[in-house]
Design a protein around this ligand. Structure first.
Ligand code: COA
Length: 257
């Protein structure tokens, strides 16, 4: 079965992370599929709302760590846009409502992708984390801008610099999510909200979203800049040590980084 499930029903496109044996870690192939689906749905009038969800026990463990080491995303001059960038750009520019349903851990891009969603529902087992610095990396997906805009600079700096997990109650207080639910109700609640939105006049929704996003004029350029730094850091010694340490289940040694 595919690592990304796609379901279309009554105007709602649902994309589900489905790689549970690897905690829904996202591979290059999965980013490609997500990008293809969102790009197609953006201009498909039969899709009025998109939902991104995981399983009751985990949303996603973030980028596949093996891919980080063996297949790092790079933007070559004149070359193809890496699938992760294509996915993030498709999500950033998606013209219709996007709802995220998060139960369990949402690591790295699992949290930063939420900053581009219009509504986020979370299970009381949700654990968000932005471990970029701990991995020798830097923020991505526009999170260096968006997180501070949503939660304020000090909170954003704490989450991005310390990289410690935080949980549903704090995420709600911070304004990162809309509501906390029992984990097994998160996906069905998101579907019910999606059905409500799908019944509304689509042009009004599109215009509302475009107006709400129009002040984010620098976001696209910041995402490109983040990606450049992220790619450079990914090839550096701190990231190599940190990612190997996670995979080998040991503490990293940054004394030489
Ligand atoms: N990339 C690749 N594989 C991953 C992964 C990732 N990001 N996260 C988990 N996995 C794999 C593990 O290697 C393990 O594989 P194995 O069974 O072949 O050994 C399997 O998924 C189960 O992971 P495990 O760590 O045993 O699950 P857990 O329930 O104890 O912990 C997490 C879940 C998400 C907290 C933990 O896996 C984790 O921290 N993963 C790394 C997250 C990360 O740093 N992501 C990058 C963000 S930028």
């Amino acid at each position: 079965m595919s690592d990304i499930l796609q379901h279309r029903e009554a105007g709602v496109l649902t994309l589900t992370f489905n790689r549970l044996d690897k905690k829904n870690a996202i591979t290059t192939a999965m980013y490609s599929r997500l990008a293809d689906e969102l790009e197609a749905a953006a201009s498909d009038d039969s899709v009025r709302v998109a939902v991104i969800q995981g399983a009751v026990e985990i949303f996603t463990a973030g980028n596949d760590l093996g891919d980080f080491l063996n297949n790092p995303p790079v933007q070559q001059p004149g070359g193809e846009t890496p699938p992760v960038m294509r996915f993030l750009d498709a999500l950033r520019s998606f013209p219709k409502p996007v709802i995220a349903a998060v139960a369990g851990a949402a690591v790295g891009i699992g949290t930063t992708l939420l900053l581009h969603c219009d509504l986020v529902y979370a299970g009381d087992n949700a654990a968000f984390s932005l471990p970029f610095v701990n991995l020798g990396l830097c923020p991505e997906a526009g999170s260096s801008l968006l997180l501070a805009q949503i939660v304020g600079y000090p909170k954003a700096a704490e989450k991005l610099m310390l990289g410690e997990a935080f949980y549903a109650e704090e995420a709600l207080e911070m304004g990162l999510i809309n509501r906390i639910l029992p984990p097994h109700e998160v996906n069905s609640y998101a579907q019910a909200q999606a059905a409500k939105l799908a019944a509304k006049p689509i042009t009004s929704l599109r215009v509302t979203k475009a107006l709400m996003k129009q002040s984010q004029t620098q976001l696209s350029a910041i995402m490109v800049d983040e990606f450049k730094h992220f790619g450079e850091l990914l090839r550096g010694p701190a990231a190599k040590e940190a990612i190997s340490a996670v995979m080998e289940k040991r503490k990293p040694d940054f004394s030489k980084c």
